[in-house]
Design a protein around this ligand. Structure first.
Ligand SMILES: C=CC1=C(C)c2cc3[nH]c(cc4nc(cc5[nH]c(cc1n2)c(C)c5CCC(=O)O)C(CCC(=O)O)=C4C)c(C)c3C=C
Ligand code: FE2
Length: 493
């Protein structure tokens, strides 16, 4: 693919980390600057924001040397790179390219077109299906080193901490899930999206098996991969259902994939293309604008409504220390949606805020709850909430926005409240995802495997036993000390 499909590349971003288990990402500043230039005409915006171009973001991952940090960007899609580059984890984002390749030591695909069996893997977060699932689901979430980012020296604390935090958080989470019917709707909606995508691809004469791989609950990504192997898929497109890239979402799922692929002879030879982010795709932007336009129409005076984008937050350290592009991508996404609305003659005021913070650290600001109170105090009377970081209804739309934030807004003086539904299976959106899959196909490349020394040391039985021992002692201390428990309860939740 590479040279040809990279002709549209406008900038490069390099995400580097020491190894798969060490969630240390860095982005070059170039991509982190919002490049969306507000403009009435879509065609007068900068090239990178031209909504008429397919413009998903691309990722390259190669295996790493845990002792070396290499922040130099691989240029274009030359994955083989120099010999030193091969030993470093490089997650590279190519703006304005519709797909990416995944792997180390690129191996060209030799699959004959006639024998090709295409798979599309949808990645998502997953959610508890019953209230009994809530604590184990939270354990899986907090045990993820991309969710609780501990310094290398304290990695052995990950699981005991996850146990502790999940137990403490579970009652609050359960309340939320109870309020939305006793479980997360995510699996059902994602399955429906998978079906809709399969049909949209069929309509384009592309026959594909669609798989759903969740990060923290069933069906786990590992199960989806097992099925992909059983089905002897010959080419795979990986499509995370998060429009914007974050270390904590797409980044985390891709780490899981990479670690599975590196260990498996079949998978390491499977041509794969990963769509990293797609918030700037024309179909997605237009679909979001359609939903907003429709909901605005329900207000008595649509032109006076504040369009209030509420994004899931991440801790500030992700963006400022680890180089997560999430905030920049979010801002650019909103800018593109507002441009699209302006082009339709809709010039409402808008605001972005971040919701769902957890724990005592600083999260991206402004916070949704604080902004709602401020807007009420400033005299805003009509507000349309737009969930923007996710494409399915979930606990944070159905409970946090529809219940908590709505009540808060009304108490703060806002009189007319509305909320844009999640995209779900909206046909223009699913058709655009199908286009993204088709555009990604030519770039599929395989990776070959070789576990680096640092990874091997993680598998060393002695090393493992030492870690287990240290972890158990700490878990024991943390879980059985009432004072520690009390402190966590008071300060974290
Ligand atoms: C783009 C979306 C998301 C980002 C970024 C994200 C980061 C992130 N989340 C937590 C902690 C929790 N998230 C929880 C639920 C949850 N998170 C997302 C999306 C993003 N998270 C979704 C879609 C869901 C809901 C799934 C469902 O069941 O419907 C939860 C559990 C619910 C709760 O107790 O509030 C937690 C906890 C962190 C710490 C984080 C970034 C570091
Ligand atoms: Fe979350």
């Amino acid at each position: 693919m590479e040279a040809a499909s990279l002709s549209g590349v406008l900038s490069h971003t390099n995400l580097s980390g020491s190894n798969l288990r060490n969630s240390d990402y860095r982005f070059s500043r170039s991509i982190r600057r919002g490049r969306c230039v507000a403009s009435v005409s879509r065609h007068s915006s900068e090239g990178s924001n031209d909504v008429d171009k397919p413009s998903s973001k691309a990722l390259v991952i190669s295996s790493s040397d845990s002792n070396t940090k290499n922040y130099s960007a691989l240029k274009g899609s030359n994955l083989s790179g120099g010999s030193n580059q091969k030993r470093n984890l490089n997650l590279q984002t190519n703006c304005a390219v519709g797909f990416c390749t995944f792997g180390e030591n690129v191996v060209e695909s030799h699959a004959h077109a006639a024998e090709e069996k295409l798979g599309v893997l949808l990645l998502n977060l997953g959610g508890p299906e019953t209230l009994n699932d809530v604590q184990p689901f939270l354990y899986n979430l907090f045990a993820d080193p991309d969710i609780i980012r501990l310094p290398r020296l304290f990695k052995f604390l990950q699981r005991p901490l996850a146990k502790l935090i999940s137990v403490l958080r579970a009652p609050k989470s359960k309340e939320g899930y109870a309020a939305i019917g006793g479980g997360s709707p995510l699996r059902k909606i994602t399955d429906e999206q998978a079906d809709a995508l399969r049909m949209a691809l069929e309509a384009k004469n592309v026959c594909a098996n669609i798989y759903v791989g969740m990060r923290y609950w069933y069906p786990f990504t590992e199960e989806a991969i097992e099925q992909i192997k059983r089905d002897r898929i010959t080419k795979l497109v990986v499509l995370p259902l998060y429009p914007q890239f974050s270390i904590s979402t797409t980044g985390s799922s891709i780490r899981v994939l990479q670690s599975i692929f590196r260990e498996d002879a079949y998978l390491s030879r499977l041509p794969v293309s990963v769509i990293l982010s797609w918030y700037q795709r024309q179909g997605y932007i237009r679909s979001m604008a359609d939903l907003i336009e429709k909901e605005l129409g329900r207000f008595p005076k649509p032109e006076e409504v504040m369009i209030f984008f509420s994004a899931h937050g991440v801790p500030v350290s992700y963006v400022e220390d680890a180089g997560d592009p999430y905030k920049d991508q979010m801002e650019e996404c909103i800018c593109l949606i507002m441009q699209e609305l302006k082009a339709r003659g809709i010039g409402n005021d808008h605001k972005l805020a971040y919701q769902s913070r957890v724990g005592p650290v600083q999260w991206l600001k402004p916070y949704t709850d604080e902004v709602l109170v401020e807007l009420g105090q400033k005299g805003v009377k009509s507000l349309l909430a737009v969930p923007i970081s996710f494409v399915s209804e979930h606990i944070e739309t159905l409970e946090e926005i529809d219940m908590e934030y709505k009540d808060l807004a009304l108490e703060s003086g806002i009189k007319n409240w509305g909320r844009v539904p999640a995209l779900g299976c909206t046909s223009s959106f699913i058709t655009d995802l199908a286009d993204a899959v088709v555009e990604a196909l030519p770039s599929a490349k395989a990776m070959s495997t070789s576990r680096d020394t640092a990874e091997e040391s993680e598998y060393d039985p002695l090393n493992y036993l030492v870690k287990l021992f240290r972890g158990s002692i700490l878990a024991f201390i943390l879980l059985l000390t009432p004072k520690v428990l009390l402190a966590f309860r008071n300060h974290l939740f």
